[in-house]
Design a protein around this ligand. Structure first.
Ligand SMILES: Cc1cc2nc3c(=O)[nH]c(=O)nc-3n(C[C@H](O)[C@H](O)[C@H](O)COP(=O)(O)OP(=O)(O)OC[C@H]3O[C@@H](n4cnc5c(N)ncnc54)[C@H](O)[C@@H]3O)c2cc1C
Length: 244
């Protein structure tokens, strides 16, 4: 008796962002600013409030280039649809991502966790982005639908690999919810541009409505940025979450 083929799949809801490396700090921003008046020598002796004052002056005047002499590299694990949004950021950033052409992609797929809103607030319009958590029945259907579609995709992916079809062709059947991994490098200026669009803060000068998943990644990045560049981050928030 023949049995239906199975391929193990993993359902995940986590969105992993880790700091791999970084260079520079608030004082390197001020150093880059003060070289123009040949006063970059004394930055180490400046008080924290003097550093904050200088950073605020740069931020409020949208004098952005001093924020470029630093770097942050993050390791990210997230579904491919998150990376598609992320890769739209072109300026002052670098990416390297796992290749489905050279690697067999792990059959790990994203399924929204219970903290992720899944239905529109009744009576709201699409551009209101007013969403809420669904009923038990909606959650049950959501999980079943995701698991069924992913299982089918994983089986067909493996079936093609087993008969020698190229990885770059077999991957066609995998969904954009397949997990991928990448390294993302940015400087403070490009990071602030990314955060201004990919975090959700109604009090911002130009509030953005990013999709929930990339916003959760951006929140993690913002916390690390605030830790490493406290004066720059606090100034970014004070001046309306706009990149200088
Ligand atoms: C909530 C939200 C919804 C979105 N919806 C869609 C959508 O439906 N469809 C879609 O296609 N995209 C969508 N996007 C992606 C969006 O259009 C941008 O591609 C993305 O946010 C990157 O922004 P950016 O171009 O400012 O970033 P970067 O590419 O990093 O550019 C940074 C800045 O450099 C300058 N710049 C970069 N390239 C040029 C250029 N060629 N010419 C002139 N100036 C340039 C601009 O000042 C730009 O702001 C959405 C983004 C968000 C946040």
């Amino acid at each position: 008796m023949s049995t239906a083929p199975t391929t193990e799949i993993t359902l995940r809801s986590d969105l992993i962002v880790g700091l791999v490396d970084h260079m520079g700090d608030d004082r390197s921003v001020i150093r880059a600013m003060l070289v123009s008046s040949d006063k970059d020598d004394g930055v180490d002796d400046m008080s924290p409030s003097a550093v904050q004052g200088r950073v605020n002056a740069l931020m409020s005047n949208k004098h952005g280039t001093p924020f470029e002499h630093n770097a942050f590299t993050f390791y990210v694990e997230a579904p491919i649809f998150v990376f598609r949004e992320w890769h739209r950021h072109r300026i002052g950033v670098s990416f390297n991502e796992m290749s489905g052409r050279y690697s067999v992609l792990p059959t790990q797929f994203y399924v929204p966790g219970r903290d992720r809103p899944i239905v529109p607030v009744e009576g709201s319009k699409q551009m209101d982005y007013a969403t809420e958590h669904g009923s038990e029945e909606q959650w049950r259907i959501l999980r079943q639908a995701h698991a069924a579609a992913y299982s089918e995709a994983a089986i067909e992916y493996q079936r093609m690999l087993d008969v020698g079809i190229l990885k770059e062709v077999a991957r066609n059947v995998l969904p954009v919810a397949t997990y991928s991994k990448m390294y993302f490098t940015a400087n403070a200026r490009s990071l602030m541009a990314f955060l201004s669009l990919r975090t959700n803060h109604p009090e911002a000068t130009f509030p953005s409505k990013p999709q929930w998943e990339i916003a959760r990644c951006a929140d993690q990045i913002e916390a690390m940025f605030a830790d490493l560049f406290p004066a720059t981050h606090s100034s970014y928030v004070e001046y309306g979450r706009v990149a200088p």
